[in-house]
Design a protein around this ligand. Structure first.
Ligand code: ATP
Ligand code: MG
Ligand code: MG
Ligand code: MG
Length: 357
């Protein structure tokens, strides 16, 4: 029979709109003969809705107009019923596997993964631990230090600390790092809340912006870099794709440069030498193993222009997933078409769940 897939999109995260694009693209590509696809949208306020919307309405943000019923996760599988997603009338959507095409907090940080674990519903991608470790840039960096993986110099601080002792924090940052600096909310993505600072005033302003998104932030030494990314697909073995390069049309790869400007581009395969490819590929595997990753991740590196040094930037456990996003394009270049990639991720999730239960 057909496989019942819960395609989950939207969410409370600052990357809500990016999720709509990724999910619409996935929905379009999925084989409707093979899958019953149940569309579960999460509003910006966090309300769950079972919908019958088109990919176009998903992309344009009108999807909630096509709500059939409210939905929630029934976390009591022991009631003798099959696990699934409960609707507002008490009926149950029986779900074989969930595909949470969600980016950022609540979707990519272990929250929804924990909820699906509780409900015993198999799902695509990293589990609770890997998701939360990769989402929290401060915690992630500590794990990478332990692994001896090269990263740019950085400092972390909290809103609490900053409000109490602003001058001392700024002094610490300026004495340990040199401008330009990148200021980032610890838990976010798509460059939301990230700024580049060349002066103390810009640093403070950037910190205030980052604190409006998260109570914990990371400040990094900004380098003049090429941005090289690889895709990881894990099905028991960890497979690493050929590298791609992200070329930003702006000063750095900001939200606008990623999603609004047409001039940003990806070059696949990236023009990097075989030694660099093998270093990056080994580091990607090591980092993915270190967080105990599953299924999918896009791992982002910097190559410093001046020195050629390679640094790990971050792991995205649910990377942008439109047909033209880096992750699917990297696999396409490595021989796995978009639709087959989705099939593969779903089958790996179901097999792993069957093995573990
Ligand atoms: P993603 O959409 O990949 O999840 P993100 O929000 O997690 O992005 P980062 O990848 O950490 O954010 O940073 C966003 C962009 O900012 C990078 O792609 C790069 O262009 C620039 N950047 C970040 N840190 C540095 C740095 N230390 N030096 C130079 N450029 C940087
Ligand atoms: Mg990220
Ligand atoms: Mg991301
Ligand atoms: Mg990134």
């Amino acid at each position: 029979g057909k496989i019942n897939v819960g395609l989950i999109f939207g969410s409370k995260s600052g990357e809500h709109d990016v999720s709509l694009k990724s999910a619409a693209s996935v929905y379009r590509a999925m084989d409707k003969e093979k899958y019953n696809i149940y569309l579960i949208g999460i509003t910006k306020e966090g309300r769950w809705a079972y919908c019958n919307c088109s990919p176009e309405s998903m992309e344009s943000g009108d999807w909630l107009d096509y709500e059939i019923k409210g939905a929630k996760i029934n976390i009591i599988p022991s009631s003798g019923r099959r696990t699934g997603i409960e609707l507002s009338d008490g009926s149950l959507l029986e779900i074989d596997v969930c595909l949470p095409v969600l980016h950022g907090p609540y979707g990519e940080d272990g929250s929804i993964q924990g909820l699906l674990e509780m409900a015993e519903i198999p799902y695509v991608g990293c589990k609770v631990l890997a998701s939360s470790l990769a989402m929290d840039k401060a915690m992630f960096k500590k794990i990478m230090v332990f692994e001896g993986i090269p990263q740019v110099d950085y400092e972390c601080t909290t809103k609490n600390e900053f409000e109490r002792n602003k001058d001392a924090i700024v002094e610490r940052i300026e004495s340990n790092l040199t401008y330009p600096l990148f200021i980032k909310p610890a838990n976010l993505g798509s460059s939301v809340g990230i700024s580049k600072a060349d002066t103390r005033d810009e640093l403070i302003e950037g910190m205030e912006i980052a604190f409006s998104f998260d109570k914990k932030i990371v400040i990094e030494k900004g380098l003049d870099v090429r941005e090289i990314e690889v895709a990881v697909l894990e099905d028991g073995d960890i497979k690493v794709s050929a590298p791609g390069e992200a070329i930003s049309c702006a000063d750095f790869y900001s939200y606008d440069a990623k999603y609004l400007a047409k001039e940003s581009e990806t070059i696949i395969p990236a023009n990097v030498n075989p030694d660099q490819i093998s270093i990056i590929s080994d580091l990607a595997k090591k980092a993915f193993k270190a967080i105990d990753g599953n299924g999918i991740s896009r791992i982002d590196f910097f190559i410093e222009n001046e020195t050629g040094n390679i640094y790990l930037n971050e792991i995205n456990t649910m990377p942008g997933f439109t047909k033209s996003s880096m992750y699917p394009k990297l696999w396409e270049a490595t021989g796995i078409a978009y639709t087959d990639l989705i099939d593969k991720l779903i089958s790996v999730a179901m097999e792993n769940h069957a093995k573990s239960s």
